[in-house]
Design a protein around this ligand. Structure first.
Ligand SMILES: [Zn+2]
Length: 249
């Protein structure tokens, strides 16, 4: 499968939520948001007849949007039997984590070696914005933190000119975000003795100092910690239960 770069822009700064240009895109972004935040639960059957009213589109448009989510691996297609939200599991999270470490640390090393002054300036800006959110996370809210966290990670690897890496990493990021949302109460990313701001600071300082090996190690530790915390705290059954969306936000 070749990435379709005509899709909703992947590297476009998501400082503000994207504005959809077509009905398919609007339905796609709406569904994607609801899958990622856990409103549509892992394993849940997606009934076109029901969802088309909810997302205010026709059945054909909704099916097209669901097909796009299939290629993002957020939805599975069951042929004649329709669509389901992709399930989650600790095994999947482990695979996701390992793949992300592999791709993102190499992209970071390359980016640090090649990044110019413009890359550096954009990185500083995204780090400062993320830091503002991390000073008072409760006030900023997890959605804003997620957006700025994503932008910071994109800025880190922006110096590496590889559409494939950026495309694949953007998909992996969304899956990681879904795990964080679904298991927010488990990971309690910001209350389990973990200092996420410090982790970001370590990566940032090494990147600006052009220490690619040190930056890659800090990034790997950062990516692996979420998985570790979840692995230690979640029993396998907890990760297959529908999420408690009522407690989110
Ligand atoms: Zn991060």
């Amino acid at each position: 499968m070749k990435p379709n770069f005509k899709r909703p822009p992947l590297s476009l700064a998501e400082v503000e939520p994207q504005t959809p240009r077509t009905l398919v895109e609007r339905a796609y972004l709406g569904l994607r948001h609801d899958v990622i935040c856990g409103k549509l639960a892992p394993g849940e059957r997606l009934r076109v007849e029901h969802l088309k009213d909810q997302y205010e589109v026709g059945a054909g448009t909704l099916r097209e949007a669901l097909s796009l989510l299939v290629s993002d691996a957020l939805v599975t297609s069951e042929g004649q039997r329709g669509f389901r939200v992709a399930p989650i599991s600790l095994t999947d999270l482990e695979d996701l984590t390992n793949t992300r470490v592999m791709l993102e640390t190499e992209a970071l090393r390359q980016s640090i070696r090649r990044g110019d002054a413009q890359w550096e300036a954009a990185l500083v800006q995204s780090y400062e914005r993320l830091s503002q959110t991390e000073i008072d996370l409760a006030a900023a809210g997890s959605e804003l933190w997620e957006r700025r966290n994503k932008l910071f990670h994109e800025a880190l690897i922006a110096g590496f000119d590889s559409d494939w890496s950026k495309y694949l990493l953007s998909i992996l990021h969304r899956h990681a975000e879904r795990y964080r949302n679904i298991a927010w109460r488990l990971t309690a990313a910001h209350s389990s003795g973990r200092d996420v701001h410090r982790e970001h600071e370590d990566i940032f300082r090494a990147a600006i100092a052009r220490q690619d090996a040190r930056a890659a190690l800090a990034l790997e530790a950062h990516i692996r910690l979420t998985h570790e915390v979840m692995r230690q705290q979640a029993s396998p059954t907890e990760l297959t239960q529908p999420p408690d969306v009522s407690g989110h936000n």
